[in-house]
Design a binder for this molecule. Structure first.
Ligand code: BMA
Length: 380
């Protein structure tokens, strides 16, 4: 065997080894999306990723924050026998996506910042997963430096990074989060979760937001959080969702982006502050920006929070929202919570927007629980 034959042989053995090793770790998933943040991601979190991809080809999954925890005039934790949902009450089906907020879990409290007991939350997450629903978690965590709320702007990000004065506190907070997540199991398997921490960072209202920390520190905090959850606590059931707020003219979607290796899904939060024209402009422009970036990165994208408080605009769902998201390619859309008559984002029974929401439900792209359960479940 001459030198060049020997070299070619070595090369082909190398190629074979590479192709064998790469079954799990190729750049892209089998359906063309980029590889996930967690190389050890659980099989059912991979299935969720594929499921969202399939959903995005058919329409978009409809989500609601705290849908089963409480609604206008009722609270699950006050009447545990009631299995209730304002969405179900209006349209006879449940949302496909269930948002929960784990704010105050970090403090070791029994209930979150909106008085949902974590025991109830666990039960509702398991139940939603069992019936085929998709779970997303946000985290309105307190300010670790001042002890104030998420909205306390005292600079704090630097304090919880490695070497910061509250690093130990933050690690304890993450341990509490991880311990709770470890209890979210069904059939002895961890429930896959869309984790959306430190959202709306380009707005200035949270301590991790614009003007209250440097973008470079924000990115460090995100990566540090991923490493703690994934590597230290060995949680492999999370998909990480990055969600800035509506882009003001000076905003760049990527300004706080912690990197392709730390984000699975791109999102955006846009609210209608009773100005349909402004809202539509943002929805159209911002979703186009997110779509373009996501397509280039081969990542899924979603409309991670939206709504109009109290629904004062007639036909808001069918006229202001639907036409502008119909062909956007988002995997899901999440409407914010129904807390009370002065603070709700979906109709409840007797609200004047009930019929408009019922009509929205019949539109081809709006996928509620029954709709996503009819789609073939992808296998791993
Ligand atoms: C905000 C409001 C608050 C709530 C918080 C976390 O947008 O709805 O009342 O406490 O979200 O759910």
């Amino acid at each position: 065997m001459n030198n060049s034959t020997r070299f070619l042989r070595k090369l082909s053995v190398l190629a074979l080894v590479c192709s064998l090793c790469s079954c799990k770790s190729t750049f892209s998933t089998s359906f063309g999306m980029s590889r996930l943040v967690d190389k050890k991601v659980s099989a059912n979190a991979e299935v969720l990723h594929k499921r969202l991809f399939d959903i995005s080809k058919q329409g978009f999954a409809i989500g609601h924050q705290d849908d089963t925890s409480y609604g206008v005039g009722w609270r699950h934790s006050e009447d545990l026998r009631q299995k209730y949902s304002d969405v179900y009450d209006v349209i006879g089906d449940y949302p496909a996506v269930y948002g929960f907020d784990i704010g105050h879990l970090e403090l070791g409290n029994d209930s979150n910042l909106d008085a949902v007991p974590f025991d109830t939350m666990r039960e509702l997450i398991i139940e939603a997963h069992k019936k085929g629903g998709i779970i997303t978690l946000s985290w309105h965590l307190d300010n670790p430096t001042s002890g104030g709320t998420s909205w306390d702007k005292t600079p704090a990000v630097k304090d919880i990074l490695e070497g910061g004065i509250h690093q130990d506190k933050y690690e304890l907070w993450i341990t509490r989060v991880a311990d709770f997540i470890k209890t979210l199991n069904y059939n002895n398997k961890p429930i896959p979760l869309l984790f959306r921490p430190f959202h709306e960072m380009n707005g200035s209202w949270f301590w991790w937001g614009e003007g209250n920390c440097k973008a470079s520190d924000y990115k460090k905090l995100w990566r540090y959080t991923v490493k703690l959850l994934r590597d230290k606590h060995q949680l492999h059931n999370l998909l990480y969702v990055y969600s800035p707020n509506k882009l003001n003219p000076e905003d760049k979607y990527m300004h706080y982006y912690p990197g392709n290796r730390y984000v699975d899904i791109l999102g955006i939060d846009i609210y209608d502050f009773k100005n349909s024209r402004d809202y539509i402009t943002s929805v159209v422009n911002d979703l186009a920006v997110v779509k373009d970036i996501a397509n280039r990165k081969k990542k899924l994208y979603a409309f991670t929070e939206t709504g109009i408080e109290k629904l004062p605009t007639p036909n808001w769902f069918t006229r202001v929202l639907y036409p502008y998201i119909e062909d956007s390619g988002i995997a899901w859309i999440l409407f914010w919570r129904n807390a009370k008559t002065e603070h709700h984002y979906l109709p409840y029974k007797t609200h004047e927007s009930e019929n408009d929401f019922k009509k929205f439900e019949t539109f081809p792209k709006t996928l509620f629980l029954k709709d996503i359960n009819k789609l073939k479940q992808p296998t791993n």
